[in-house]
Design a protein around this ligand. Structure first.
Ligand SMILES: NC(=O)c1ccc[n+]([C@@H]2O[C@H](COP(=O)([O-])OP(=O)(O)OC[C@H]3O[C@@H](n4cnc5c(N)ncnc54)[C@H](OP(=O)(O)O)[C@@H]3O)[C@@H](O)[C@H]2O)c1
Length: 276
């Protein structure tokens, strides 16, 4: 699909705030026909794009939103799988139910949306899917194990998807942000087991405070939206695109170049964690 020309019909999941909202705003300003989604009706309708009700954890809800969009516009050119949330806590403190909710939204949510749009894209032999991963999906972060697992899963899912859909004229890519200033920080869910009585309480609180500070000082959501636009307009989109502070993007290069234990030691010292 050549997305460099003309107005595209774009579906952006999780557009009620943060990165999704910034994407919906930027793409609509660039004259694309944008549909954002939220689980709740917007308090006031956004300017320049429409909002649809969609909960990525509910297959019916995903199907209904995609059907409504297709009925209105007759096509979907681009999907930005952005909806997501963050769970924090030591792996030992995380219940299987909490883990399931994290993976259900961040991984199976993407699968549900892909399954809903792919038949239509295959039929048109054209389409582009942009999955919002994370640098936390390239580097495992302490006390964010399930969040990292969900974003690592998106790496594999997107690599596989690309190869499967290429013959149908469909391209899939990942955008991997570092820390971004959004509501994700305040919306973060803490594992129930990470409260008083957790053996990890002290390092968990210390690491989370560092992570939250970095997020609050992160790049604006508009920086990610600009990267999404770049991927949308690329003639031959690459597998992955990182976006964020140089120091955070450099971690990906360092992980590839340094011996694993050396890199791990650097990461741990960054988070104030000591080796035994
Ligand atoms: N902020 C960062 O530092 C950062 C870094 C790397 C990657 N990311 C990724 O960027 C994406 C967007 O996050 P953000 O930072 O912009 O956070 P945010 O401001 O909290 O926005 C999250 C969006 O996801 C939606 N959402 C959550 N659960 C959903 C569900 N079950 N079904 C449908 N929509 C759902 C929310 O919509 P409603 O609540 O209105 O339904 C909201 O619009 C996420 O995938 C996140 O992992 C963020």
């Amino acid at each position: 699909m050549d997305t460099s020309q003309g107005s595209k019909v774009v579906l952006v999941t999780g557009a009620s705030s943060g990165i999704g909202e910034a994407c919906a705003e930027l793409l609509s300003v660039r004259k694309h026909v944008v549909y954002g989604t939220s689980r709740r009706p917007p308090e006031k309708p956004p300017v320049g794009y429409r909002m649809l009700a969609l909960d990525v954890t509910q297959e019916d809800s995903v199907r209904r939103a995609v059907a409504e969009l297709l009925e209105r516009e007759g096509r979907i050119d681009v999907v930005v799988n952005n909806a997501g949330h963050a769970l924090a806590g030591a792996l030992e403190d995380t219940s299987v139910e909490e883990a399931w909710r994290q993976l259900d939204t961040n991984v199976l949510g993407v699968l549900r949306v892909c399954k809903a749009v792919l038949p239509h894209m295959r039929e048109r032999r054209s389409g582009r899917i942009i999955n919002i991963g994370s640098l936390g999906g390239v580097v495992g972060l302490p006390f964010q194990g399930l969040y990292s697992a969900s974003k690592f899963a998106l790496e594999g899912l997107t690599e596989s998807l690309r190869q499967e859909v290429e013959a149908f004229g469909i391209q899939a890519s990942l955008v991997e942000p570092g820390d971004v200033r959004t509501r994700l920080t305040d919306n973060r869910v803490r594992a129930e087991g990470s409260r008083d009585g957790s053996a990890y309480r002290e390092p968990f609180e210390k690491v989370l405070a560092i992570i939250e500070k970095e997020e609050r000082e992160g790049v604006p959501a508009e920086a990610v939206a600009r990267k999404v636009l770049e991927v949308m307009e690329a003639r031959e989109p690459d597998v992955r695109y990182s976006v964020g502070k140089l120091s955070q993007r450099a971690a990906v290069v360092a992980k590839a170049l340094l011996p694993a234990r050396t890199f791990e030691g650097l990461l741990m010292s960054m988070f104030g964690l000591k080796r035994r």
